[in-house]
Design a binder for this molecule. Sequence first.
Ligand code: C2O
Ligand code: CU
Length: 464
Amino acid sequence: MDIAGNVSRRVFVTGVFAAVGTTMAPGVAAGWARPHTYVLRARPATLSLGRRTVTTWAYDDILPGPAIEATAGQLVRARLVNELPADTTVHWHGIRIDPRMDGAPGFTQEPTPPGGSFDYVFRVPDPGTYFYHSHVGMQNDRGLYGTLIVADPREPLGYDQEFTVVLDDWLDGIGGTPDDVLRRLNASTAHDATIRSTVLGGVAGELRHPLYLVNGRPPEAPMTFHSRPGRRVRFRVINAAADTAFRVALGGHRMTVTHTDGFPCRPVAVDTFVIGMGERYDFVATLDAGAFPLVATAEGKGARAFAVVRTARRAVAPPSEVKVPQLDGRMLKYGDLNARRADHLARPARTVTVTLGMRPSGNEWTLNGRLSDDPMRLRVERGETIRIVLDNQSPMWHPMHLHGHTFQLRTGTGRSGPRKDTVNIKPRERLNLDVHADNPGEWMFHCHNLYHQEQGMMGALGYG
Ligand code: C2O
Ligand code: CU
């Protein structure tokens, strides 16, 4: 079968779904009926962000890129076609994947050069909410990302409809690129508060138009999710931003968080939760009649991303400021919602410590004292369960992400924390991550703040 000819219409179809921001009610039939072959054309694109038009890089000229859907256990085929003026890769964030398909340049594969293509073919073993993105430099932050939703053929979570909600930040002042921002950051010093607060907290300075996006849409031209009163809706929230954690709330509704990073947790009802870069949270809510703000406040930045959930023709109540109580991944408990995956890890036999540090320059971030040009390489034995003690000795929080695995967070009491692949660690905090080494390869372990990643905070965990 001719892949290219076969695929374009399908990409078009999924692209329309992505643009509408909705997927159909779950069900085995829908999952199987969808095609699982895709073409991702990475290329320069002109996108309209509300009133602003930007020239950037994207997959298939849309933001997010084509929505990829599969059912757990299936093969996904995705042909990357590189029409960029630079090398690129695709990383399948959160998937326990064959390392040759992991898109980690310098670790497991050579990047695809301009004019080249690469066929990613891999099985998706676990249901859940995932995404994909370029893993070269700051390319993810230019817009090279999309959603990857893996349906469960025996979905235990009853719901009527689902929406995928992708959060992003757009910090480069529209005219610039993330690489310009990175260059300015690199040229700054620890004492240069302006650029630092601009990129990592404030909205002042040179970056006059930071935007916070939901499914590629800014607050002035928000995405609308259409539903009906009384429907139980699953929201799959993905943070694809480079530099922003968001506090998420749905006006007038409690949210029951059911999954994090694809894995079920013990359901917990909250008014708001915090999502770090690279994390995913799924929640369900039974919708009232009306139009409700879905608000994602950019932590520490005095701005927000915004969308509308509409079940009736009615004006949207203005979003109120999102308040405590907050929830983040560390407060979740492992849930056996889906018994098939209730695989608690054995007690780890060994502990390794990973220290997160900042060099005095203020623009170099280290793992066990090393920068990514000579990276930390943790060696473990195939088949063992190890405990990684993350010890954050830096003054900033970091969303740490491990490729190819999920880990189990162990909290102080020894109770079972959630299974995750990305976790926010606060300044001066220590966290225990238990990992079962069951997927041999050389796996990146890094901060998902892309500026930190590019400023050195990138290492690896490996075994044969
Ligand atoms: Cu989404 Cu190495 O990361
Ligand atoms: Cu970091």
